[in-house]
Structures are given as structure tokens and as C-alpha cells.
Ligand binder design. Structure first.
Ligand SMILES: NC(=O)c1ccc[n+]([C@@H]2O[C@H](COP(=O)([O-])OP(=O)(O)OC[C@H]3O[C@@H](n4cnc5c(N)ncnc54)[C@H](O)[C@@H]3O)[C@@H](O)[C@H]2O)c1
Length: 253
């Protein structure tokens, strides 16, 4: 019960890693606000957590929308008193190389991945300041540190996540607010399967050979990232802020 009675918001929690993070935070005693734009899947995740004895509810939140952030955080504070944990997990991935990345793709990916993280931090920080602090876990990627061809907007957005994380950590450390980023490599989720479909169309890309570059040569399961998220959200990581924590099978090494 590392997060007993803590109030936690998780974005993009209707499926994939976010759903797993919500389950693990609830399993550690947190009251979890499951948020996403996929309402039916999000409601099902919250219901499943409640059925297994945890506390969770689903609330729609498009992370690109500042008004929705204000409304959701305001409502959570009204009902539960504060926000102790924010897990900024929502993300999208598109694959255009630099010379072909459209304005629309650039805006969509960066507004979601970087803008969503920024807006989430901006919405919860005043609440955390007023209530003695909190922890923020932002979802970056190994792509924030190490490149792969074709991921122009995605790589830029994930590098921005590291910048936002450091800025929050450095600005609010005296107010007991910690912010860290988790950097997964390959996680077995719907996003990853869409990536595989994309790269299957490229003759030059051999996924198995690529995976062999990774010392632990397999995709991770979402749960393996969730354990790092629980660590960063809880007091287990009390001396860590502004960091980037790989869950990458050793890829960055
Ligand atoms: N799967 C991987 O291999 C991998 C690797 C590194 C990092 N990541 C990152 O991990 C995070 C989770 O991804 P995943 O693998 O679970 O993918 P996923 O596509 O399965 O889940 C992403 C979730 O984000 C939600 N989402 C998208 N846009 C949103 C918006 N505007 N507002 C609210 N929710 C929105 C989706 O509805 C979905 O539920 C993402 O930030 C992703 O970039 C994934």
C-alpha cells in the first residue's frame, strides 16, 4: 500500500500502459481518476479496478484541452481535497520523416505528447502547492534520447517532455513537488502494434534485428513500466526528481 488514500490522475488510461498504471496505482491503495478520450474503454478499466477491490472512476479528459484540464482538476479537488499524483501517460505516435512531416501531424503529435504534459503539470501544480506537495510522472520514451528514422514529430515531442519534467522539478522542489520521466522502449500495447504494421511496409526495417540491439531482446509488458511508475509516484523515490528513468531492456546502455 505504497499510495494508500493518495488521489491519482492518470491520462490515456483507457488501454495500454495507462490502464496498467491505473491498476497498479489502485493496487497500492490510491484513488484513481482514469482519464482518456476513449470513453467506453476508460469506463471499463475503472469498473474492473472497482470489481477487484480498488477505487477508481472514469472521467473524460482530452489532454490537449486546457479548459478540460481545469474542469477535471477542479472537480477532483472539490470531491477529494487534492491531487497527490499525476501520471501524464497519454500519447500518440505518427511516423513521417522530417521532409514529409505535415503541419497537421506536427501539431497533433506535439499538442498531445508535449502540450498535454505541459497542460497537466500547469493544472495540478497550484493544487499541489496548496496541499503540501505531490508527485508527477511524465511519459517520455527512449526516442527522447536516442533516435530512429521516421519519428520526427514524436521524437521532438518526447524530448520536450524531458524539458518540461526538468523545469517542473527545478522550479518546485522546495515545495515538495517532484517530477520525473519514465522512458520506455518497446511496450506491447496497441501503439506498438500500429508501429509494427507501419514498419512492415518498409523493406529496410527488420524489427527482429532491431530488437537484437536491445540487450533484453523482447518487448516489455505494460506492467513492467507500471512498476517504475509506482516507484516514481510514491515515497520509494523520495530522493529522485528531474530524472529520466529508462524501462528499455538496456537499449540506452
Ligand atoms: N508502446 C510503446 O512501445 C511506447 C514506447 C515508449 C513510450 N510510449 C509512450 O507511452 C504512452 C502510452 O502509450 P501506449 O503504448 O499505452 O499506447 P496506446 O495507444 O495503447 O495508449 C495511448 C492512450 O492515450 C490516449 N490518448 C491519445 N490522445 C489523447 C488525448 N488527446 N487525450 C487523452 N488521451 C489520449 C489513447 O486514447 C490511448 O488510450 C504514450 O505516451 C507513448 O508515447 C509507448
Amino acid at each position: 500500500m505504497l499510495l494508500k488514500d493518495k488521489i491519482a490522475i492518470v491520462t490515456g488510461a483507457a488501454r495500454g500502459q495507462g490502464a496498467s498504471h491505473a491498476r497498479h496505482l489502485a493496487g497500492e491503495g490510491a484513488k484513481v481518476i482514469v482519464t482518456d478520450i476513449l470513453d467506453d474503454l476508460g469506463k471499463a478499466v475503472a469498473e474492473e479496478i472497482r470489481e477487484s477491490g480498488g477505487e477508481a472512476e472514469y472521467v473524460r479528459l482530452d489532454v490537449r484541452n486546457s479548459d478540460e484540464w481545469s474542469a477535471v482538476v477542479g472537480d477532483v479537488v472539490k470531491r477529494y481535497g487534492t491531487v497527490d499524483v499525476l501520471v501524464n501517460n497519454a500519447g500518440v505516435c505518427e511516423f513521417a520523416p522530417p521532409a514529409e512531416c505535415s503541419d497537421e501531424e506536427w501539431a497533433y503529435v506535439n499538442d498531445t505528447n508535449a502540450g498535454g504534459v505541459f497542460k497537466g503539470c500547469r493544472a495540478v501544480i497550484p493544487v499541489m502547492q496548496q496541499h503540501g506537495g505531490g508527485t508527477i510522472v511524465n511519459t517520455a520514451s527512449v526516442q527522447a534520447v536516442k533516435g530512429t528514422a521516421d519519428y520526427t514529430a514524436y521524437q521532438a515531442s518526447k524530448a520536450a517532455v524531458l524539458g518540461i519534467t526538468r523545469s517542473v522539478a527545478l522550479t518546485y522542489s522546495k515545495e515538495n513537488i517532484r517530477a520525473n520521466a519514465v522512458a520506455p522502449s518497446v511496450v506491447d500495447t496497441p501503439m506498438f502494434h500500429r508501429e509494427l504494421e507501419h514498419f512492415a511496409q518498409n523493406e529496410w526495417f527488420d524489427f527482429d534485428a532491431w530488437l537484437e540491439m536491445q540487450p533484453i531482446s523482447r518487448a516489455s509488458q505494460p506492467e513492467e513500466v507500471s512498476k517504475m511508475v509506482v516507484f516514481l509516484a510514491s515515497d520509494l523515490s523520495s530522493y529522485s526528481t528531474g530524472g529520466v528513468f529508462p524501462v528499455d531492456g538496456g537499449l540506452l546502455a
